[in-house]
Ligand binder design. Structure first.
Ligand SMILES: O=C(O)c1ccc[n+]([C@@H]2O[C@H](COP(=O)([O-])O)[C@@H](O)[C@H]2O)c1
Ligand SMILES: Cc1cc2nc[nH]c2cc1C
Length: 348
């Protein structure tokens, strides 16, 4: 697969992880008493290869794109909300703007496939096409478009890291993308569609069987190949999902930790894993979304989320809210006294 074929993801630095573990156990607390903070900082040491991992400043990239499948009435909101929310991001008024400011993150908003044009000097204009096609009736995009969207994500992830980001948060905006994500997750995992479909932006619960049926019919017609990420993306995927997957691959190839958001972001992580299995070594899961598919996808990624705040917004918000937990973990390592320096008697 062109340029992405040559992508190299370094092995985790296990030795640095062992050093970090030893050092965590020398800090003034009973061993294990800081629970998952201890696990997290050891993971970060393995990822970064640093004795005292640096994760600040974080960088947030929000990929926006439209979905032809919205014509089937699968979302509670109309398609034009994608474009309207992009304007809201650019004006600083969305939840991800607020949370990015609170963690001092650089925030980048990318049009990778919105169905209308948006003029704004702060928008990163990388439109691959004006929304996907309705994948119930035809392939969502061409294989070339899927590759292009992954490459754009990779370039923008690399740029965010070159500009100084030490941890990457990927967010998305795309009316209809819980339907797309359910289709992608089902295609890759073979899981029953019933377990992967939820209310998204808030459809009535009694509409869920219809949403499931649309996805089942589409999968029957499109027949995506489970082990081929480009086939899955081009047949039933989304441009923001491809972009996020590309950015994740860039982060992992730079040893930069990735903080994963909700269902759509985790589905992009699953696609990235199909492209390069080791990419998940560099992922930490920020939160558990209300979308039922998220729990299944997180299991496929082999990781547990940090938070469960019953959120289902997307945009990268769950990851941004989880970021201070990583900061606490890193500060624990950097600033706590050891038993020796504080002259505290250690365990018998
Ligand atoms: O991140 C999540 O888990 C999540 C769960 C439900 C909805 N969303 C957001 O809501 C939109 C998709 O919902 P829907 O109902 O239009 O498929 C899209 O813009 C996502 O960012 C996001
Ligand atoms: C208002 C709104 C904001 C969002 N942010 C992410 N998905 C969204 C969906 C809607 C409808």
């Amino acid at each position: 697969m062109n340029r992405l074929q040559g992508i190299h993801i370094p092995n985790l630095d296990e030795k640095m992880g062992m050093n970090a573990e030893k050092y965590v156990n020398s800090l003034t607390k009973p061993p294990g008493s800081l629970g998952r903070l201890e696990e997290v900082v050891i993971e970060l040491a393995k990822m970064t290869g640093e004795a005292f991992p640096e994760i600040s400043p974080p960088g947030v990239i929000v990929f926006a794109a439209d979905h032809g499948i919205t014509s089937e009435g699968v979302s509670a909101f109309p398609q034009e909300v994608t474009c309207q929310m992009v304007r809201n991001f650019l004006n600083g008024g969305a939840a991800i703007n607020v949370f990015s400011r609170s963690i001092n993150a650089r925030l980048s908003i990318v049009d990778i496939g919105v169905s209308s044009d948006i003029e704004d000097e702060n928008l990163v204009k990388k439109k691959v096409r004006y929304g996907t096609a309705n994948f119930l009736n035809e392939d969502a995009m061409s294989p070339d478009e899927a590759v292009k969207a992954i490459e754009i994500g990779f370039e923008l992830g690399q740029k965010m890291i070159n500009d100084g980001a030490k941890c990457l948060i990927l967010g998305e905006m795309g009316i209809g993308n819980t339907t797309t994500s359910s289709a992608v997750a089902a295609a890759i995992s073979g899981k029953n569609i019933d377990s992967l479909v939820g209310i998204g932006t808030g459809i009535e619960k009694n509409k869920i069987p219809y949403k499931q049926q649309v996805i089942m019919n589409a999968l029957k017609r499109r027949k995506p190949a489970a082990d081929d990420p480009i086939d899955v993306l081009s047949k039933v995927g989304g441009l923001e999902i491809a972009g996020m997957a590309g950015a994740m691959l860039a982060a992992a190839s730079n040893r930069t930790p990735i903080l994963i958001d909700g269902f759509i972001c985790a589905t992009a992580a699953l696609v990235a894993k199909l492209i390069s299995n080791q990419v998940t070594d560099y992922m930490i899961l920020g939160h558990r979304s209300v979308e039922p598919g998220h729990t299944h996808v997180m299991e496929l990624l082999g990781k547990k989320p940090l938070l469960d705040l019953e959120m289902r917004l997307g945009e990268g918000t769950g990851a941004a809210v989880a970021f201070p937990i990583l900061q606490s973990a890193v500060l624990m390592l950097k600033e706590m006294a050891t038993f020796e320096t504080a002259q505290i008697s250690n365990k018998e």
